[in-house]
Design a protein around this ligand. Structure first.
Ligand SMILES: Nc1nc2c(ncn2[C@@H]2O[C@H](COP(=O)(O)OP(=O)(O)OP(=O)(O)O)[C@@H](O)[C@H]2O)c(=O)[nH]1
Ligand SMILES: [Mg+2]
Length: 205
């Protein structure tokens, strides 16, 4: 089991130049606005309100950094989760959207401490063009020391048959409600384990 020993908010930044200096291994959360990125951080870090989530899309407007220490088999792992504003949020002005998207790609391209991109997909809408496009761009731009992980969110909103299909495909699933999963399916532990495997594969922490 992975134990989450400590988690805290570090800072917010509006663009690449105002980000904190590069330190520990970073994991960036990507996905459409409202897909559950901030909620994901709270669930995975066992914290109810570390990242601010909201039912109103467009809640996260800055790049937010959260550091954590995970413990497994006598070893500590220092990680930093980066909560990003969602893409595809329709209600902001075109100029603001373009400005933010340029900032986002700048950040993703030049923030070399990011070792893992977690691409969150709403389990109810698994094949949206915007997600396909983002995944393609990530794949095309991923460096050799970086990896991508797809995770399906809001799995309480799909049927158990649909969850079964995702499980057959070995997809990672998450939900605010753990009880919807079968007894032997520990969603958070699976995800933490996969995150650690991916970053350890890329980086000698
Ligand atoms: N039913 C259900 N609701 C969820 C789940 N995860 C997140 N939500 C809800 O979805 C809404 C959006 O969640 P956020 O975590 O704020 O989403 P976000 O991707 O950070 O959104 P932006 O910051 O706007 O890009 C909130 O009302 C959450 O409570 C889930 O697993 N199940
Ligand atoms: Mg958010």
């Amino acid at each position: 089991m992975i134990e989450v020993k400590k988690s805290c908010f570090i800072t917010s930044a509006k663009d690449l130049s105002s980000c904190p200096s590069i330190g520990v291994t970073e994991i960036a959360l990507l996905g459409r606005s409202n897909v559950g990125k901030s909620t994901f951080i709270n669930l995975i870090l066992n914290h109810s309100k570390l990242a601010k989530s909201s039912s109103t899309p467009g809640k996260t407007q800055l790049i937010n950094f959260f550091e954590t220490i995970w413990h497994k088999e006598g070893q500590n792992f220092n990680l930093c989760f980066v909560d990003l504003p969602g893409f595809g949020y329709a209600k902001v002005s075109k100029t603001l959207k373009e400005e933010w998207e340029a900032n986002l790609w700048d950040f993703l391209q030049f923030r070399t401490s990011i070792k893992l991109f977690i691409h969150l997909i709403d389990s109810r809408h698994q094949n949206l063009d915007i997600d396909k496009k983002v995944f393609e761009i990530l794949q095309a731009n991923c460096r050799a020391d970086q990896d991508i992980l797809k995770i399906y969110t809001k799995c309480d909103k799909i049927t158990s048959n649909q969850r079964g299909l995702l499980e057959q495909k070995k997809a990672l699933m998450l939900s605010v409600d753990d009880k919807i999963f079968k007894k032997n399916y520990n969603a958070k532990e699976r995800i933490r384990q996969m995150i650690l495997n991916r970053v350890l594969g890329n980086d000698n922490l």
